[in-house]
Ligand binder design. Structure first.
Ligand SMILES: CC(C)(COP(=O)(O)OP(=O)(O)OC[C@H]1O[C@@H](n2cnc3c(N)ncnc32)[C@H](O)[C@@H]1OP(=O)(O)O)[C@@H](O)C(=O)NCCC(=O)NCCS
Length: 179
């Protein structure tokens, strides 16, 4: 299975490549962008490149990552699926945008086509997003995409840099999906 390429009004979504390390590092290396990530920021571009290699080493069936590229303006971020559970037809999404591109509706535009792909081509029934309570941007994005917050804080679910963190469960069912 290979990841398809998508074109939207402003964006190109294509499979991430190791050569995207400089672009992705503008997000993975930025402490503010990584404040609510499930891992600390990359210390340097080599670490970001290594993270891309780890992603590419996993079969697309279980994990896929698209580079989100503004057609007129370059690398803007990434969106991925992970924790694929084929038996229960569910997976989780992860998303990050380079700070210079925040608040332009880009991840809304990118996530809409990825949701369509997950529900249609991948035949998923449920899509999850685990989001820290203080991450208002990501919670706003999930809500805008039609996700429902369905849990209170799941306590100490992540361990990042020696600190436990709680998260909220958001989900979108195929039946609720507007696409
Ligand atoms: C979450 C993130 C990907 C959103 O990307 P974006 O392209 O800026 O999002 P959009 O412009 O498409 O905005 C979508 C919705 O998110 C919300 N939102 C975005 N930024 C916000 C902010 N700083 N504060 C509150 N809500 C915000 C809004 O509800 C917005 O809808 P609206 O335009 O109707 O108000 C981006 O903020 C980011 O990269 N954050 C850091 C990484 C991260 O925490 N990822 C998620 C881990 S769970």
């Amino acid at each position: 299975m290979t990841l398809p390429i998508f074109e939207t009004r402003r964006l190109l979504l294509r499979p991430i490549e190791e050569s995207d390390a400089p672009g992705l590092h503008a997000a993975y290396g930025d402490p503010e962008a990584m404040r609510f990530w499930d891992a600390p920021p990359s210390v340097d571009m080599a670490e970001t490149a290594s993270r891309i290699r780890q992603t590419l080493a996993v079969e697309r069936r279980w994990h896929g990552m698209w580079a989100v590229v503004v057609r007129s303006g370059g690398f803007a971020g990434m969106i991925n699926y992970h924790n694929v559970d084929p038996r229960n037809r569910r997976l989780a999404l992860g998303w990050i945008v380079v700070p210079a591109f925040w608040h332009q509706g880009l991840m809304t535009e990118a996530a809409e086509v990825v949701l369509a792909h997950c529900f249609s081509a991948m035949d998923m029934h449920r899509i999850e997003a685990l989001i820290e309570p203080e991450n208002t941007a990501s919670r706003g994005l999930a809500t805008r995409l039609g996700f429902t917050q369905e849990s209170d804080v799941m306590r100490d679910r992540l361990l990042v840099d020696g600190q436990y963190r709680g998260v909220l469960m958001y989900s979108l069912l195929k039946a609720d999906w507007a696409g």
